[in-house]
Design a protein around this ligand. Structure first.
Ligand code: PEP
Ligand code: MG
Length: 548
């Protein structure tokens, strides 16, 4: 047995034969051509064919792994038609009087190198995409079809790295796991592995030779290890683990498409928390009913300057469109405290958690706030969007926010820009003051979502970042549970809905209790949706209440 260790990017166990993925790499020869215009015409029609192939791949991927993961093929279509790329190919054909295959391969190499040298990790990651599209065009020019894995039985695919078009063209039923020598946690291999729910190990120094090809192996996506020709003991241990995993998965899969309804007919919405658009695949895959918390500050944290209205609009629109009519609750900027972006130039504070953060920044910098509100409102024309405000402590604050929102809406009206005139607005309940004022606040907004992470820190006076206080931190503290009930009751008294979007919402030991309290929604990380649905469907709320 030889054990190779890499980085696990998705958990799970796979047992099967290793199959070294052989790329269909054609050698490209440089050949002189007489008629450069004919060569350019050949290139143009290969480009059109590439776009058509990518469109077909896009449609296949949408069906198999969801809109968000499929988007890469839309991006590839754009790359194929990118002006700089096309100009470069045509100029090589014209000036050097050479064949289109050579010009495309040469341009692909140059662009790939350019991307590889970029500082931004994201762009460096795109070098593989450039290679992917140029190889596709070359294959078309050479009259070659697509590629795939050549195996009758399901295998563990081992590769140097996999381009998105390679992974999507593979027959998913034949893949047990991905193991790659290169690739990053952001690579498409890992994104697709997560979406496909199969284990994946990257940066694994496994040889891509006959030494492993066809051999029996175990991929442990918990440890990030690949056991080639495992000993009978290791094999037996991993088989047991796999069995437990399969049983769990099968049970949860069966719950997809099913309602979140208790045995006695009580319903609850199960939504997902996301930090960026990369999470959308999981939202779809885990059958979330919507997005209950989009932490928009990650857009700001990922920028080196204030994100513009258009940049934000594009992101919110993508989320709204992907969710296709399901609710998307965008929380406005919650920066400050532990989430710092240098360009905000926030003053150093003695007590940042109790300092200038979240809505307080928005109310002191209305121009930043308005830019975000405009972007969210514009996106509301493309789906079902709600706005949520963080760190609220008073009714006055909410009134001030509504005033600013009304100004922004009036501006959009003047400019004739479409938005949802009835956009739902809500607040996070994450300060003790907002709990005490919940009834008054309920009159002003459409919904409450409880941020138990901050609510616990402010109620118990325990810094959520300070690990040395862990032994004092009781997430089930009766004060918190009482507060949750007060908030639901206040919301319902005024006909509003209430949910939880803090981590406590995903605590399976409290699901029954949340149902008994009457929560309308729980917003949790995507992978928690089906386990919670399972409990909901097995609960009889009246019996639970009677037994308390
Ligand atoms: C919370 O405080 O519970 C919450 C959901 O917001 P965040 O964790 O982003 O502060
Ligand atoms: Mg919070």
């Amino acid at each position: 047995m030889i054990v190779y260790e890499g980085k696990a990017v998705f958990e799970g166990i796979a047992i099967g034969k290793l199959s070294v993925y052989k790329k269909n790499e054609e050698t490209v020869k440089r050949e002189k051509v007489e008629d450069v215009e004919a060569e350019i015409a050949r290139y143009t029609s290969a480009r059109e064919e590439a776009v058509a192939q990518l469109q077909a791949l896009y449609e296949k991927a949408v069906k198999e792994v969801g809109e968000a993961s499929a988007e890469i093929f839309e991006a590839h279509q754009m790359m194929v038609d990118d002006d700089d790329f096309v100009e470069s190919v045509e100029s090589i054909i014209r000036t050097q009087e050479v064949n289109a295959e050579y010009a495309v391969a040469e341009t692909g190499d140059n662009f790939k190198k350019m991307f590889e040298e970029m500082e931004d990790e994201y762009f460096r990651g795109r070098a593989a995409d450039i290679k992917d599209i140029s190889e596709r065009i070359v294959r078309i020019l050479q009259g070659n079809g697509g590629e795939g894995i050549d195996s009758e039985e399901p295998v563990i695919v081992v590769a140097d790295d996999l381009a998105p078009s390679e992974t999507v063209q593979m027959d998913k039923d034949k893949i047990l796991s991905f193991v790659t020598v290169h690739g990053s946690a952001n690579s498409h291999t890992s994104i697709l592995a997560k979406t496909m729910n199969i284990p994946a190990v990257i940066t694994c120094p496994i040889p891509l030779t006959d030494e492993v090809d066809g051999k029996e192996a175990v991929v442990d996506g918990f440890e990030g290890k690949v056991y080639v020709e495992p000993t009978p003991e290791v094999l037996a241990e991993k088989q047991k683990l796999l069995q437990t995993e399969l049983e769990k998965k099968a049970l949860l899969e069966e719950l997809k498409g099913k309602e979140n309804v208790t045995l006695d007919g009580q319903k609850i919405n199960l939504y997902a928390n996301i930090g960026n658009t990369k999470d959308l695949g999981l939202v779809v895959k885990n059958d979330a009913g919507g997005i209950g918390l989009f932490r928009s500050e990650f857009i700001y944290l990922g920028s080196s300057d204030y994100p513009t209205e258009d940049e934000q609009f594009a992101i919110y629109k993508q989320v709204a469109e992907t969710l296709a009519g399901k609710k998307v609750i965008i929380r406005t900027l919650d920066i400050g405290a532990d989430k710092q972006a240098d360009y905000f130039q926030l003053p150093a504070e003695e007590n940042p958690a109790m300092g200038l953060r979240a809505i307080r920044i928005c109310l002191t910098r209305p121009e930043v706030f308005k830019t975000q509100l405009r972007a969210i409102l514009r996106a509301s024309a493309f789906g079902k969007v709600s706005i949520m405000f963080p760190m609220i402590i008073s009714v006055d604050e909410v009134k001030e926010i509504q005033g600013i929102l009304a100004e922004v809406k009036a501006e959009l009206d003047d400019e004739g820009i479409a938005y949802d005139k009835n956009i739902e607005t809500g607040i996070m309940i994450e300060t003790p003051a907002s709990v005490i004022m919940a009834e008054e606040l309920a009159k002003e907004v459409d919904f409450f979502s409880i941020g138990t992470n901050d609510l616990t820190q402010y109620t118990l006076a325990i810094d959520r970042q300070n690990q040395s206080l862990d032994k004092f931190y009781d997430s089930h503290h009766p004060a918190i549970l009482k507060m949750l009930k007060m908030v639901v009751d206040a919301a319902h008294k005024y006909g509003k809905w209430a949910g939880i979007c803090g981590e406590l919402g995903a605590d399976l030991s409290l699901t029954k209790e949340f149902l008994a309290m009457g929560f309308d929604e729980l917003s949790v990380s995507p992978g928690r949706i089906l386990p919670i649905r399972k409990i909901v469907r097995e609960t009889d709320v009246s019996a639970y209440k009677a037994g308390k």
